[in-house]
Ligand binder design. Structure first.
Ligand code: DC
Length: 216
């Protein structure tokens, strides 16, 4: 079974994806970390994240080890990731990695959970379960600034909200694989829900899907 989870940043999709993968015993891929790894490698080598030719080369050479880089979660890398993610050759180069993971999840598990922006629409349109996780921009900025402060980085709310809106706009407005809910996705608004409540909703969606498999 493939579970596709999409949504904007700090919507709670990563927490949900990890929780679901653990509860179901599935492998988990945070597809955003692929774009972040490309961006981090470009920045570290002094390249412009808008340089499509270099970014494509870096994307083609991404390995699982790159997803463990300690610099992936910085705000600079997040902004650069949303720029490289708008480049079609980069998206094409990362597609095989993601599809391969979904079809042959590591660790001989019964399935895979992938989260990102285009998992249900482009990467795995055949996914049995599709979830689209949202929350208000204000709530997402609040969560993100708390996270930054906990890491010892500057988490000024107004700046975080502004940068989040810029990133949302870029991710939603790009012509190639924009952030959008698949027509058959179940939408979960996490604005007023804690992680356990969101996980319970998602597990109920998965259970319902499994029941309908058995009926067919
Ligand atoms: O989920 P995240 O914040 O780690 O993602 C970083 C950037 O990568 C985000 O701004 C958009 C991009 N991204 C994407 O375009 N498609 C995906 N499937 C995942 C992430």
């Amino acid at each position: 079974m493939i579970v596709a989870i999409d949504g904007p940043s700090a919507s709670g999709k990563g927490t949900l994806a990890r929780g679901l993968a653990k509860a179901l015993g599935f492998a988990y891929l945070d597809s955003g970390s692929l774009y972040r790894a490309v961006a981090a490698k470009l920045l570290a080598a002094g390249f412009d994240p808008n340089d499509a030719a270099v970014a494509e080369q870096v994307a083609r050479a991404i390995s699982p080890d790159d997803l463990e880089r300690p610099d992936l979660r910085s705000e600079a890398v997040a902004q650069a990731a949303s720029r490289v993610a708008a480049l079609p050759p980069v998206r094409a180069a990362l597609l095989a990695f993601q599809r391969d993971f979904a079809k042959r999840p590591p660790g001989a598990t019964g399935g895979a959970v992938l989260d990102g922006r285009d998992i249900g629409t482009v990467v795995c349109p055949e996914a049995e379960v599709k979830l689209f996780v949202t929350a208000s921009a204000e709530e997402r900025a609040r969560r993100r600034s708390k996270e930054l402060i906990e890491k010892g980085e500057s988490g000024i709310y107004a700046r975080v909200l502004k940068e989040m809106r810029e990133r949302d706009d870029r991710d939603t407005a790009r012509s190639h694989a924009p952030l959008v809910a698949a027509a058959d996705a179940v939408e979960i608004d996490t604005t007023d829900k804690d992680a356990n409540a969101v996980l319970a909703i998602a597990l109920a969606v998965v259970a319902e899907k499994r029941k309908s498999f058995r009926r067919d």
